[in-house]
Design a protein around this ligand. Sequence first.
Ligand code: SF4
Length: 314
Amino acid sequence: MSVAIEASGVSAVFDQRVGTFGVHRRVVAVDDVSLTVKEGIALGIVGESGCGKSTFARLLLGLLAPSGGDVRVGGHELQAMDRRARARLIQPVFQDPASSLNPRRRVGEIVALPLRAAGVARGERRERALLMLSRVGLAPEMAGRYPGQLSGGQRQRVAIARALVLEPRILICDEPTSALDVSVQAQILNLLAELRASFNLTLVMISHNLAVVEHVADEVAIMYLGRVVERGEAGSVFAAPRHPYTKALLASVLTPEPGLGLPELPLGDAVPDPANIPAGCRFHPRCPAAIARCATEAPARGDVECHLVQPVPT
Ligand code: SF4
């Protein structure tokens, strides 16, 4: 199985000015992450808000140039590819279809737009757009409607059709169900699973919710304050999490708060701040298993980044 995505030592660092006096902050959103995704695999990337997962998605899409390291997609250096070549290889689906779809264009035009940008002839554009709408479960008459005339679930189907109309090899979905009603979320996840199989896609699914990722992922990467702190085969990570942060995330899924999308994590009040990453293990202020060494010494790099977890012999 060849490699679809290879991120090597990728970082994203931003300088921010905040407050009335423009106080300077250096934000390390992604910190030296290396990760490969094999062709045809569905990788779930999970973490709390602010863990760097959406910034990492933007790096994988080439929408953001890394501050360090590089991303290769299909064997090509992403930043060196032109936009057309990139669009044929990798496409995004974002969280909120209401803001990612142009409200002044009809659905048919929205889905056909990537084909126009790729130089496909007008007649063929229409035919392929209608075909793709049917693949995502939308009737042909939807092509004449505006996004504002559709439900949230229908809008996300349009966004998926637009992403797939060029038949890319890789789809990056950043919280694709978070803006939807609970009743529609499973339908969209099922649709993504179906389309992944029929288009033989490599899929990266980014979510704050392990339950969403569990639905589709073969492999999982858990992010905390810009680092991947645990990665592995999804079934193993869900059945026997090894990093204390993964355990806390799983505990939050097992004891959800009714009516709330994101349950409180059993981790105390220390909200993680990418502009103020703790010394030692970055998770130590919240870690229920922390030992003295954790405050001063960062754990070794590996599949599980924790002093208490021994590497699995290869
Ligand atoms: Fe917790 Fe220490 Fe492991 Fe970090 S290294 S996750 S603080 S036990």
